[in-house]
Design a protein around this ligand. Structure first.
Ligand SMILES: [Zn+2]
Length: 185
């Protein structure tokens, strides 16, 4: 099973264990989807289909049965990776996005009305919005005098490494509060 720790939960993974599991062969049939999806987890994203506002008409018992038969997943694994997560005040939610690369394929057996949906192999606008929220661009400081303004770098100037590091750390801390653990594919 492919997986990734979610955001800074990777810090809790023992050093001798991987924080992400990917297919070892790029010819794996859904390699692109798996890589995009697991790197989404690494950046702090959670499963779109587990959004508390998804309104997916889950058939819980059928989902447990099918996931056990198809993947060998326990009820606990299904609860953790497929069925809706309870709303968490520590999370910052974007609207439910059925086109997210963080959305599983929905098997018709998992819903009460045979709702089926394939996974998305493209990063959606919602995925981009979520990452912009989690990793905002810093606002450049205003020049304090005309001369300083002339000396300031243009927008294409690379961010100095120290500032870049600080900004990533700050964004990272936002994800720390969003729970932990390994997520299944
Ligand atoms: Zn996942």
């Amino acid at each position: 099973m492919f997986s990734s720790a979610i955001g800074t939960a990777a810090k809790d993974v023992p050093l001798h264990q991987p924080t992400m599991m990917l297919p070892g062969d790029t010819s794996y049939p859904s390699f692109r989807y798996v890589v995009l999806h697991e790197f989404g987890h690494a950046l702090g994203a959670r499963h779109a289909h587990q959004h508390p506002d998804s309104n997916i008409p889950w058939d819980r018992q059928s989902t447990y049965t099918d996931a056990l038969q198809r993947f060998g997943w326990t009820k606990e694994t299904v609860d953790e990776n497929i069925l809706p997560s309870p709303r968490n005040d520590q999370h910052r939610y974007q609207p439910y996005d059925e086109n997210s690369v963080m959305h599983y394929e929905l098997r018709p057996q998992w819903t009460s009305n045979a709702w089926g949906q394939s996974e998305s192999w493209e990063i959606s606008d919602g995925d981009i919005a979520q990452m912009k929220q989690a990793y905002p661009m810093p606002t450049p400081p205003a020049p304090t005098s005309p001369s300083q303004g002339l000396l300031r770098s243009g927008p294409d100037q690379p961010t100095p490494p120290a500032e870049h590091h600080r900004r990533l750390r700050a964004a990272d801390s936002d994800c720390t509060t969003q729970g932990a653990g390994l997520s299944g594919l």
